[in-house]
Design a protein around this ligand. Structure first.
Ligand SMILES: [Zn+2]
Length: 90
């Protein structure tokens, strides 16, 4: 969980930009309920179009809105296991 204050501020700024325009999920094309909160599988998460691990940038241009569940299915295994673990807590 080592996140610099700078990238955290950037992340919040980008999330706020999505929350304002409320775009549909770029992975499944369905609308996102921006009132839902983590760990709801249909809540809003920011997806990197080109993963940081694959050389993608952290710019707004490389980000898109998606459902948590769509983002997890995409291939981010760490994220997926997080969703599964939190699901067992309910
Ligand atoms: Zn979706």
């Amino acid at each position: 969980m080592a996140r610099s204050a700078r990238s955290d501020a950037l992340r919040k700024r980008h999330r706020a930009r999505f929350a304002k325009t409320k775009p549909a999920c770029h992975l499944c094309g369905r609308p996102i309920d921006y009132d839902l909160r983590w760990p709801d599988p249909m809540c809003f998460v920011v997806d990197h179009i080109v993963a940081i691990a694959n050389g993608g940038s952290d710019d707004f241009a490389n980000k898109a809105a998606s459902h948590a569940t769509c983002n997890a299915a995409k291939k981010d295994k760490q994220y997926e296991s997080l969703v599964k673990r939190s699901g067992t807590l309910e």
